[in-house]
Design a binder for this molecule. Structure first.
Ligand SMILES: Nc1nc2c(c(=O)[nH]1)N[C@H]1C(S)=C(S)[C@@H](COP(=O)(O)OP(=O)(O)OC[C@H]3O[C@@H](n4cnc5c(=O)[nH]c(N)nc54)[C@H](O)[C@@H]3O)O[C@H]1N2
Ligand SMILES: Nc1nc2c(c(=O)[nH]1)N[C@H]1C(S)=C(S)[C@@H](COP(=O)(O)OP(=O)(O)OC[C@H]3O[C@@H](n4cnc5c(=O)[nH]c(N)nc54)[C@H](O)[C@@H]3O)O[C@H]1N2
Ligand code: SF4
Ligand SMILES: [Mo]
Length: 783
């Protein structure tokens, strides 16, 4: 087959499947057992045939056909990529992952579906680059070290800084990739062992505005509805969520409900993402002006008496102030600022207000702004004034990000303001409760809120933070402004990184500790829908790696603290005692659930069945009422001018995951998107003389980079999109570390003003050959 034919044949999902199959085949044949077991193959073919559309029929049977059925290990676990919370069986043999297959018996959220990452992107686990032994740096060079030496060095250096500058000169970062149990012990380590509330995680770069906005209006910083609502509601408002690429399994459920049951779908997004194709109405918006158009919807609803007065009177406070605030958000004002024509605003407002049920869905397009919390207030106000909250099919549904950011990034308390279960650290009763449990004097329990991760980076610049211990996060690429992040990492007196790979961040570390990956770990993750689900070890840990919680426990021991956890389930028992919303969630109970799968918190005791939707009777506030807050900021922190005339927004592509430590090692994923690109509208391209495939210089007020042009009408003229995944050419070369959103301290990743110019031409590159191009991605997401 010529290379050219091969290239063409391997476009789209079919190509992805072919490559994955080829790879799995090769992998399995290494040391394969020659016996072919027919019954197993049939079981598989039948299952796959029923469950998965033809284009997806990747024959796992091929991958396992060299083995006896009873030679293969089958382990049910939860996906390690995103917070949808898909569960599947992992098939493995002698420490090699052969593949995964959905197991609807144990998968309450995804049933028979997974996306390409859950299905294929696990070969990183046994990649030759995996960290297998601790590393310490001497004279600028890493060398392998024993666990003893590496742990002692971490303890000595953290202790040295603490002695000299106090505990608040240290910053700890917990990992939302790691289990609930690992995150629980990490917060305990910060508070009990180090004596600081300077602990945070990637939620700050993500949905922190959602959490702060929802906590102060409705109570829980989490989705109010579960998967049933997403399957059955009559109406969706989706904004700032590229659902088909970032939450593909949820997207499929929404598309099905729209297609089969005629649910209304309203999409507001600056880019004409694939979800727009399925929408009854797609409205293109200017990035950075979300509370403006949402206030416009609220105004139209109130002015036309379409609001739910009974609900507002009985269950909320703050309506009059909201009604007054939205007065200025007239249809004309909204059109001028955001570009939504009055008839679209009217139609959307009336569709939402008159629907029997409605789910309000959003992701980072709403949250990652300098007034992100206000955007969330506006969204919550819209749900509250229409009374679309507190029923099985109506409510608020932010789609969370990392596999365990809901649980590990919030519920477990590795955050500067709350103990596990959102119990504020500033409350003396809470401090006493945790101090008693940890056998501490209450005076020793730190009582002031600590630094958020974004503030840790700003504090380090001011020399107020001297050392960091980072678990499972790669801030060099993911924090706003790579230039700033690099400077901070370079100037720290001490940095320890605990990861599964030697990341770009780890390169700056003094000590690197190798952790088990998800497929080598036991514990739980909590999905976006508040489902707590089991994670199980599918293969033995490679090399000399250790589970995250065991590493933290070993460090605590060297500081003189004897924690006696011998399994992740012991940690969950302690969580049960101290965290009311997790009081009834035990590993045993999760194991026994069978078809029901996970438990949705709050689960107040062992007999409580879990909570599929919240706020049926009351909100989680002191008086049980929802507290509406007005949201009247209009402008983002920067607006275009002659020097920086275009607006860049940033985000993700289907095949890549964040900083790429896992997906860049998956040949199938890389063959789709192996370098950064700039989506640019044809009119803008013409204005700047840009051809497809040209290398562009892109400059912002904060940095500069180069990436390849992809001409597409996805963004509007005047806007460009750059993915966040790449160090070279990625969006964070251009973003800024401040200002931050007031209440949540999140960065404004979604709005950066830029100018562009052509640096070099490669006009022979056809659009569809541009890695990660719109054409390729939409074919794939379609399937
Ligand atoms: N394939 C893949 N999936 C992932 C991830 C990944 O890295 N790769 N990461 C996971 C994580 S941690 C997260 S948080 C989620 C993120 O999931 P998403 O938030 O859906 O992902 P983004 O690509 O950041 O897209 C945000 C959307 O916001 C739009 N947008 C940009 N600016 C604005 C604005 O000002 N207003 C509004 N309303 N919209 C705007 C963009 O056009 C885009 O459609 O994805 C999760 N899933
Ligand atoms: N411009 C721009 N920037 C953004 C965003 C954006 O939309 N635009 N989105 C932001 C968002 S929403 C997020 S969530 C962040 C994500 O930013 P990060 O969290 O920094 O990104 P990841 O690449 O997911 O990093 C996770 C790290 O954990 C490691 N890891 C995986 N499994 C384990 C494990 O079990 N244990 C340990 N110890 N380590 C593990 C991985 O190798 C990887 O290095 O990026 C943010 N940055
Ligand atoms: S949708 Fe998310 S949880 Fe489900 S398989 Fe894909 S990455 Fe995994
Ligand atoms: Mo995220």
């Amino acid at each position: 087959m010529s290379n050219e034919t091969r290239e063409t044949e391997q476009q789209g999902v079919a190509g992805f499947m072919a490559r994955a199959k080829e790879r799995a085949g090769e992998r399995v044949k290494k040391g394969a057992n020659e016996r072919i077991v027919r019954p197993f193959e049939h079981e598989f073919s039948g299952f796959m045939g029923n469950a998965i559309s033809e284009g997806r029929l990747f024959s796992l049977a091929d991958a396992v056909s060299d083995y006896q059925l009873n030679d293969i290990d089958v382990t049910d676990t939860t996906c390690e990529y995103c917070a949808v919370g898909c569960r599947f069986d992992v098939l493995s043999k002698d420490g090699t992952v052969l593949g995964t297959r959905p197991n609807p018996e144990k998968a309450p959220i995804n049933g028979i579906s997974t996306c390409v990452k859950g299905k294929f992107s696990h070969s990183y686990v046994t990649d030759e680059d995996r960290l297998t032994q601790p590393l310490v740096k001497d004279d600028g060079e890493f060398r392998e070290a024993s666990w003893d030496e590496a742990l002692n060095r971490v303890v000595d250096d953290l202790d040295g800084i603490r002695e000299e500058y106090g505990p608040d000169a240290l910053g700890l970062v917990a990992s939302s990739k790691a289990t609930n149990e690992a995150n629980y012990v990490m917060q305990r380590f910060a508070r009990e062992v180090i004596g600081t509330n300077n602990i945070d995680n990637c939620n700050r770069l993500c949905h922190a505005a959602t959490v702060s906005g929802l906590s102060s209006t409705v109570g829980f910083g989490a989705a109010s509805v579960g998967i049933e609502a997403l399957e059955e509601t009559d109406c969706y408002l989706i904004t700032g969520s590229n659902t088909t690429e970032a939450h593909p399994v949820i997207a499929t459920k929404i598309k099905q409900n729209v297609k089969d049951d005629d649910a209304d779908l309203l999409v507001f997004d600056p880019r004409e993402i694939q979800m727009a194709e399925y929408a009854d109405q797609y409205s293109r918006i200017e990035p950075g002006y979300d509370n403006t158009w949402i206030n416009g919807l609220i105004r139209h609803i109130i002015t036309n008496d379409l609001h739910d007065e009974a609900f507002i009177d009985e269950r909320t406070t703050g309506f009059d102030q909201v009604a007054e605030t939205v007065e200025k958000f007239t249809p004309e004002f909204v059109e001028e600022k955001v570009g939504v024509p009055p008839e679209e605003l009217k139609n959307a407002a009336e569709t939402i207000a008159t629907a029997d049920s409605c789910v309000f869905c959003w992701t980072l397009g709403l949250a990652e702004h300098s007034h992100g919390t206000e955007n969330i207030y506006a969204m919550a106000n819209l749900a509250l004034i229409t009374g679309h909250i507190g029923t099985p099919t109506s409510g608020l549904s932010p789609f969370r990000g990392q596999n365990n950011v809901q649980g590990g990034g919030g519920d477990m308390g590795p955050i500067p303001n709350n103990f596990p279960g959102y119990q504020p650290v500033t409350d003396e009763e809470n401090r006493k409760k945790f101090a008693d449990a940890y056998n501490m004097d209450v005076e020793e329990m730190p009582d002031k809120e600590g630094f958020r991760i974004t503030d840790m980076f700003l504090a380090a610049e001011q020399d107020d933070l001297k050392g960091m211990f980072i678990q499972g996060e790669n801030p060099l690429i993911s924090e706003p402004n790579i230039g700033h992040a690099r400077e901070v990492l370079e100037t720290l007196d001490f940095l320890a990184v605990q990861d599964i790979f030697l990341t770009d961040t780890a390169e700056y570390a003094d000590v690197v500790l190798p952790a088990t990956s998800s497929l080598e770990s036991n514990g739980t993750y909590t999905a976006s829908t508040r489902h707590v689900q089991l994670v199980k070890r599918a293969i033995d840990p490679i090399g000399n790696v250790k589970p995250d919680w065991k590493i933290t426990q070993a460090l605590a021991k060297r500081f003189g603290y004897d924690w006696e956890f011998s399994h992740a389930s012991d940690i969950m028992e302690e969580i049960n005692d101290l965290t009311p919303i997790y009081a009834g969630i035990t590993h045993e109970r999760l194991e026994d659930l069978g078809e029901e799968g996970g438990l949705q918190w709050p689960v107040w005791d062992e007999d409580h069945p879990g909570t599929p939707y919240t706020y049926a009777d009351q909100f989680q506030t002191s008086d049980g009422l929802a507290h509406m807050h007005p949201a009247d900021t209009v402008e983002p922190s920067e607006t275009p001018d002659d020097d920086y005339p275009l607006v860049m927004t940033s985000g993700r592509v289907l095949y890549q995951y964040h900083t790429g430590t896992m997906t860049f090692r998956e040949p199938g994923d890389v063959s789709y998107s192996n370098r950064s690109f700039v989506e640019i509208h044809p009119e803008t391209a013409e204005e700047y003389g840009v051809s497809n495939g040209d290398t562009l210089d892109i400059t912002s007020r904060h940095g500069e980079t180069q990436a390849m042009a992809e001409i597409t009408s996805r963004p509007s003229p005047g806007e460009i999109f750059i993915p966040m995944h790449y160090l070279d050419g990625g969006a964070n070369n251009l973003t800024k570390e401040k200002p931050l959103d007031g209440p949540s301290r999140s960065p404004e990743y979604k709005v950066t003003d830029v100018q562009i110019s052509v640096a070099g031409s490669d006009t022979d590159t056809p659009a569809s050959a541009v890695p990660g191009s719109e054409e390729e991605r939409s074919t794939a997401a379609d399937d």
